[in-house]
Design a protein around this ligand. Structure first.
Ligand code: FPP
Ligand code: ZN
Length: 471
């Protein structure tokens, strides 16, 4: 509360901001600066452009904890941007590959520190986040790939379902097969490119287990008897697609159930009737993309207009990053969950609605430069990437912030011939954006283009699928 009461009211704050911003604009003009990242940063501080979205409450009004925290984040972010601007255009932070790389590889190559014992059921996730982060900045190595493959196969062989007719991956040794743990394991194995490990997966047993997780209404449960939500549907479909076991029994009723998860706000909830959220929305839309082609999606019952509106509303003008749901705080990981949704929506409207097939004329639904600025200025810890200023980096955010950075730098293009040959899940490919008014991509900041559905550098997923379809 103290912070709040000390905040200037809108009018005063806008005036202060205007003075600060106009002096910075003057400085930048005097220096002849015309970089998009720098200019965009200036606009981000322009109070007339929907900044301070939650400061409309009058002084003395009781505010929720969330709104107070949101205002504090806005002040932190504004201070960071002002400091950077006052130092000049060449002081916009670059992606600190060297330090992030040290963090990723150190953690991949040593036993996890003791406090990580809490994450004993998330070991397949840790492997995936770290390997994918390394792959995105293009320095995952063979030793790491082979070690990870060996570890992951222990989790498969010792999972509590393995001796029966069903099988999946637990999150660690001797654990219950779980869809999220299995999804992360299959993606990490895909990144390992280790075909000897792949050959040990009994895909028919995996299919039986996936069918056990499936419910009559078309939803999937996270594990047999567990909770059902759009994450479970997405994880199950990804696993089935990559292992080439996706058949009509697994597909039946899933798209209709997913459509029921779209809410009145436009985004998708975890389950029908719940609140729209970026994480669940990415899962639902990606799962729909696996099941349906863009033409089918347009007549599936999906309300595209409100989904687009809700998704673009997740981007905050001051911070530049996304929130996961209405009125909540910006967070770097939504650069992927919401950013990935944006990439799929752009594919849909560019290909289906406007029939644009020239990537240079693609419409961008969000302000990519603002998002990239948030990532580079606010989400870089000394080692690894993070949620927001004041937070420490972690493996999860390192991966999903890098995925978001990749989304900023690429468009997803729909290729009907790939859809025909390999299926809907493999119909999109990334191309680097070459529109200078959309984003500035310095070599230092460049990350690989990702697969829109699986969130891994492009090419790995098709490689695994091709292996299993040739068995
Ligand atoms: C809210 O957290 C988070 C959720 C409701 C779930 C998010 C779902 C995902 C990130 C998708 C996971 C995907 C797979 C494949 C398993 P919060 O209330 O702490 O955060 P918020 O305030 O930002 O909403
Ligand atoms: Zn987060």
């Amino acid at each position: 509360m103290i912070t709040l009461l000390q905040m200037p009211n809108d009018e005063v704050k806008n005036q202060q901001s205007e003075v600060a911003v106009s002096s910075l604009i003057e400085t930048s003009q005097n220096q002849g600066i015309s970089f998009l990242d720098f200019d965009t940063l200036l606009n981000m501080l322009d109070a007339s452009y929907d900044s301070f979205s939650n400061c409309n409450a009058s002084l003395g009004e009781v505010l929720t904890d969330t709104i107070e925290k949101k205002m504090e984040v806005e002040v932190d972010v504004q201070t960071i941007y002002e400091d950077i601007l006052s130092e000049g255009s060449d002081k916009i932070p670059k992606l600190n590959r060297e330090m992030h790389s040290r963090y990723i590889h150190e953690m991949l190559n040593r036993p996890l520190p003791a406090p990580f014992s809490k994450l004993d059921a998330s070991k397949t996730w840790i492997a995936f986040w770290l390997m994918n982060s390394a792959a995105l900045i293009d320095n995952l190595n063979t030793k790491e790939q082979n070690n990870a493959a060996k570890q992951l196969m222990y989790f498969y062989k010792t999972s509590s379902g393995s001796k029966n007719t069903v099988a999946g991956f637990g999150g660690g040794l001797h654990q219950l097969p779980h869809l999220a743990a299995s999804y992360a394991a299959v993606l990490a194995l895909l990144l390992s490119k280790n075909e000897n490990a792949w050959r040990e997966i009994d895909t028919q047993k995996v299919k039986k287990w996936l069918l056990q997780c499936k419910n009559k209404d078309g939803s999937f449960s996270m594990h047999v008897g567990g909770e059902s939500d759009t994450r479970a549907a997405y994880c199950a479909l990804c696993i089935a697609q990559l292992l080439n076991i996706l058949d009509d029994d697994l597909r039946k009723g899933v798209a209709d159930w997913l459509i029921k998860c779209q809410t009145y706000e436009g985004g998708f909830a975890g389950a029908p009737g719940d609140e729209a959220h970026g994480g669940y929305t990415f899962c639902a839309l990606s799962a729909l993309f696996i099941l349906l082609n863009p033409d089918e999606l347009m007549v599936s019952g999906l309300n595209l207009e409100i989904l687009i509106k809700w998704t673009v509303d997740r981007q905050y003008s001051l911070e530049g990053g996304f929130s996961g749901r209405t009125n909540k705080l910006v967070d770097g990981c939504y650069s992927h969950w919401v950013g990935g949704t944006v990439a799929l929506l752009e594919l849909l409207i560019n290909y289906n609605k406007y029939k644009i097939n020239d990537p240079n004329k693609y419409l961008s639904l969000i302000d990519r430069q603002r998002l990239q600025n948030y990532i580079l200025c606010c989400c870089q810890d000394t080692f690894g990437l993070r949620d927001k200023p004041g937070m420490n980096s972690d493996f999860y955010h390192t991966n999903y912030v890098l995925c978001g950075l990749s989304m900023c730098q690429h468009f997803q293009i729909y290729d009907p011939s790939k859809a025909q040959k390999y299926g809907n899940a493999f119909s999109a490919y990334p191309i680097e954006i070459e529109q200078p008014n959309t984003i500035t991509i310095l070599d230092d900041n460049h990350v690989l283009g990702i697969d829109a559905i699986f969130g891994v550098p492009y090419g790995y997923a098709l490689n695994m699928y091709t292996f299993f379809s040739n068995l």
